[in-house]
Structures are given as structure tokens and as C-alpha cells.
Design a binder for this molecule. Structure first.
Ligand code: PTJ
Length: 245
């Protein structure tokens, strides 16, 4: 069903072909992760909520894949924080930005930025550097689901706290993020929204998490989780084969 959703979004000019390849890569990692939110991912999602609710200018960056798969989840998260939404495309054309903005608005998003960029992310060539001064450019915390590595690194160099959502635990985006979330986007965003709603009532707790969060330690826990999962798969497969033969 998810694949069909993306193929349809491609036909509608929302997702690009490269987005279908990116989806396949994500799916492969999701099989390895067990297709559910791991304990370390949940810890990262709680930290992401803390960063977002304590931010002065939080922004959620949205591309074609995210609009295709998780427009409602983005709209709800933006309300829960509250945060601005900005459409920021790798393969940018004005027509595509319009379609992605419309898809988000249909899902309930308000005041979506992206159509009239007036600033550039330094150190990035081409159209993907274009952004809004009142959005990504001035943001202190940016949530970047399914982002490419160059832009994730460039946002980090601008001094922003970067929260990624990427199923690839080895991607440059994951490695560059302040809070890397290694989880599927439609699972991750509702979790972050849920944590954000409770965190709103506990600002001290949110500030403490931001002060003490250890992104590298969390990634180490993700790798340890993967190792354990693979070890369990080895054992299960051995047992099945010894019963069969
Ligand atoms: O719409 P555009 O023009 O902005 O282009 C969007 C894509 C996704 C094509 C562009 O940002 C891109 O090329 O990204 P990358 O470098 O392929 O990275 C996308 C990452 O998202 C990969 O590491 C995938 O493993 C991961 N990914 C794919 N689907 C999901 C995912 N992570 C979480 N949830 C998913 N559903």
C-alpha cells in the first residue's frame, strides 16, 4: 500500500523518481529493524519533542516523499509544537513546490512556506539551497525527515539543531544530525507529536533533556539493537532449519 501511495504521488508530480529509490532503501533498513519503533528510536523521538517545544523558531522541512506518505502527520505535529512548515525540495521546481504545498494544505496544514524563497542555505549549490528567511533560514531547530546528507550537514554548519528521521542508521544525514531518529516517518512523527503534547506541560523536563541529550550514545544504542536483532534472526533461522531437516 505504501509503495502504491508513492507511485501515485509520483504520477501526480509530488514525489520524484529518486524518491521511489529512496523509499526502497528505507524499506530494506526497516525489514532489518523489524518494522517497528525500536527502544532507542523512541528515546530519540522524546528528545526531538524536547528540542522542538523548547525552540524559539522550530521548522519542519517537507519534501515530496514526506508529503506523499505523512502529510497529515506533519500537519498534526506542527500544531502540537507549534512549528512552521516549509517545503524544501531537492529537485526543486515551482510547479512541484505548489503541488506539495497543496497536498499539505489538503491534510490540514496552515501557512505553509516554500513558494517564495528569499534566502539561501550557505555552502549548497543549486536550487535546493533556496529557503525562507522567516522559515528554515532563521530556524534554531529544524526537523528534516528523509533529507539528503549535504543539506543536513549545511544546516548543522549554520549552527542549527538538526533532527533527522531516516531509516538508514549509516546515512550522512543520520550521522550529522543533533538528534538522529532511525525510524519510519509515519511511525516517528506521531510519536514526536505525542511526546510534544506532554512535554508542553513539563518545560523544565524538556530543557533538561535538551541539556543532557547524547545523540552519539543513542546511535550506539541503535547499532546495538540491530546487532541483537540480527543475532536473534540467526538463532530463529537455525531453529527453523533444524526442525525442517
Ligand atoms: O522531494 P525531493 O525533491 O526533495 O527529493 C526527496 C528525496 C528523498 C529523493 C531526496 O531528499 C533524497 O535523495 O534523499 P536521499 O539522500 O535518498 O535520502 C533519503 C533517506 O530517507 C534514505 O536514507 C532512506 O533510507 C530514508 N527513507 C526512505 N523512506 C523512508 C526513509 N526514512 C524514514 N521513513 C521512510 N518512509
Amino acid at each position: 500500500m505504501t509503495r502504491e501511495t508513492l507511485v501515485t504521488a509520483h504520477r501526480q508530480g509530488i514525489a520524484v523518481l529518486d524518491g521511489l529509490i529512496a523509499h526502497g532503501r528505507g524499506e530494506a533498513f526497516d525489514y532489518l529493524l523489524g518494522e517497528e519503533t525500536s527502544a532507542p528510536a523512541l528515546v530519540a523521538e522524546r528528545a526531538a519533542a524536547a528540542y522542538l517545544v523548547t525552540a524559539k523558531r522550530p521548522v519542519i522541512s517537507v519534501n515530496g516523499n514526506v508529503a506523499a506518505l505523512a502529510a497529515k502527520e506533519v500537519a498534526r505535529l506542527a500544531v502540537a509544537i507549534p512549528a512552521r512548515i516549509e517545503v524544501n525540495l531537492f529537485h526543486r521546481t515551482n510547479a512541484r513546490v505548489k503541488r506539495v504545498v497543496r497536498a499539505l494544505e489538503r491534510a490540514g496544514a496552515k501557512d505553509v512556506l516554500g513558494l517564495r524563497p528569499d534566502a539561501r542555505i550557505p555552502g549548497l549549490a543549486s536550487n535546493r539551497a533556496r529557503c525562507h528567511r522567516s522559515g528554515i533560514y532563521a530556524a534554531d531547530v529544524v526537523l528534516i525527515p528523509l533529507e539528503d546528507g549535504d543539506r543536513a550537514e549545511a544546516l548543522g554548519r549554520m549552527g542549527k539543531s538538526v533532527i533527522s528521521v531516516d531509516l538508514n542508521p549509516l546515512s550522512r544525514t543520520t550521522l550529522a544530525a543533533t538528534v538522529p531518529i532511525v525510524d519510519e516517518v509515519t511511525r516517528a512523527l506521531p510519536n514526536v507529536a505525542r511526546f510534544a503534547r506532554t512535554m508542553q506541560k513539563k518545560p523544565r523536563e524538556a530543557e533538561r533533556i535538551v541539556r543532557t541529550y547524547d545523540g552519539a550514545g543513542n546511535l550506539a544504542a541503535v547499532y546495538a539493537f540491530l546487532r541483537l536483532r540480527l543475532a536473534n534472526l540467526v538463532q530463529t533461522s537455525r531453529n527453523q532449519r533444524s526442525r525442517a531437516h
